[in-house]
Design a protein around this ligand. Structure first.
Ligand SMILES: Cc1ncc(COP(=O)(O)O)c(C=O)c1O
Length: 422
């Protein structure tokens, strides 16, 4: 994003052009920023450990245009459901380029996951007999819950530790791999996901050490090797302008250092090191263009926009912060106002007491920052409000990569029985 003479550009396209061409609300992604984010992170980790690979957690933004950018950069796919395995297949990825980390799976999920031939990452020891019964994969990973979890985007997002629903308890890890070995599994991986939006490099060192100790003991006692260790996602981005960036170089060097020390300590055959971030790649490359449709002066001043909680769920879901720019007014003095969407819920009043340009007026275009991850993917149709369009920009070029929904999408799959039709 750049601001030239007060006008906001995404890559080199004025937001006024994008809003006029595609309407609002619209998600816009900067292709070059996604590529730069990926390359920066990959270079950092490869510098300290050659055999390193990223899988992209497609749940954060499942637009195939966006996912194809990351595929072109060399990412595999982390799939949270069978449908995400199918999305990976639409990218031409399968087999060991895809990791299936579903949780609380049905037999159908297991069957389809096995048939697809992707790497199975089991969330619980109780799944093992069912997986063995339905297909006995040769290659298996377990998602370990190492006992700690941390989130910089609210406690609700903490994916590990005693309060989380995910992963195998450390006390069950040995049994999990033993049973898998006894059942004929030949190749093993290990996985965890203990951080969300972490900007402290030391935390990545800490959790790597934790997992390597758990895995090291299992490898030694069971005489097994690990093909890969996957440290999950969680590479953080700053949502507030006063927040610092994650020092990715430092995170990579601390992780690689403790990883190699633990390989030596436990006498492991060096495994591939993997991570499966999403937010770090796409979070700050995505924006929502919205428009001011009404301004109310009541108990306080409220700016009404078309960026509702169904378009961007994160603030209403877990109080997350997103910076807002107002096109053409960034140089104006600021006043404290609130800003909301058009949905009939008070959680849709998602910005309170925010310093916004004092001249903000009807029809102004707003730009919501850091919306590329868990934005469109979490949108929904409440209040008959439809899902927005998605657009990709690269330099001066722009493409519609998902059409805005219409009323047809609201009634698709709905059947009204005959006796209710008159
Ligand atoms: C298993 C798993 N892997 C990866 C990710 C991606 O996390 P992030 O976007 O924080 O990098 C998530 C997010 O919830 C996840 O659950």
């Amino acid at each position: 994003m750049q601001i030239i003479n007060g006008q906001i550009f995404l890559e080199e396209v004025p937001v006024t052009t994008l809003a006029a061409t595609y309407g609002t609300p619209t998600y816009v992604y900067e292709e070059n920023r996604i590529r730069a984010n990926f390359r920066r992170a990959l270079a950092a980790f490869r510098k300290y450990y050659d055999d390193f690979r990223f899988f992209y957690a497609i749940k954060a933004n499942n637009n195939l245009a966006v996912a194809n950018i990351l595929r072109q950069e060399g990412a595999g796919i982390d799939a949270a459901s069978v449908n995400e395995i199918l999305l990976a297949q639409k990218l031409g990825l399968g087999g060991e380029d895809v990791m299936f980390s579903g949780n609380f799976l049905s037999d159908d999920d297991i069957r389809q996951g096995l048939e697809s031939g992707v790497i199975f990452n089991l969330d619980d020891i109780s799944l093992l007999p069912r997986v063995i019964k339905l297909g006995r994969p040769e290659f298996l990973s377990f998602r370990v819950n190492p006992g700690y979890g941390k989130s910089e985007v609210g406690d609700f997002v903490t994916n590990a530790g005693p309060g989380a629903k995910f992963g195998v308890h450390p006390d069950q890890v040995m049994d999990a791999y033993r049973l898998a070995k006894e059942a004929g599994v030949k190749r093993f991986g290990a996985h965890m996901m203990p951080g969300s939006c972490i900007r402290d490099p030391e935390y990545f060192r800490f959790i790597t050490e934790l997992l390597m100790d758990i895995i090291g003991h299992a490898a030694r006692e069971l005489d097994i090797n690990f093909d890969f260790i996957d440290l999950g996602g969680g590479l953080g981005i700053p949502y507030k302008h006063e927040d610092h960036l994650l020092d990715i170089e430092k995170a990579a060097s601390l992780v690689a250092d403790v990883f190699q020390k633990k390989i030596a300590e436990y006498g492991l055959k060096p495994p591939r090191l993997m991570m499966e971030p999403a937010r770090y790649f796409v979070g700050d490359a995505g924006y929502i263009l919205g428009q001011v449709h009404a301004i109310k002066d009541s108990y306080s001043r409220i700016i009404g926009t078309d960026v509702s909680m169904n378009i961007l769920a994160r603030p209403a879901m877990y109080g997350s912060y997103h910076h807002i720019y107002v096109n053409g007014r960034e140089d104006e003095p600021r006043t404290k106002v609130g800003l909301c969407g058009q949905v009939c819920e008070n959680t849709d009043f998602w910005v309170r007491d925010r310093e916004l340009p004092s001249g903000i007026a009807l029809n102004d275009i707003i730009v919501v920052e850091n919306a590329g991850a868990y934005g469109y993917a979490m949108s929904y149709q409440y209040n008959g409000r439809l899902k927005p369009a998605e657009v990709l920009v690269n330099g001066k070029q722009h493409w519609l990569i998902r059409e805005r929904e219409t009323i047809e999408d609201l009634v698709r799959n709905v059947t009204v029985p005959k006796h209710l039709q008159r």
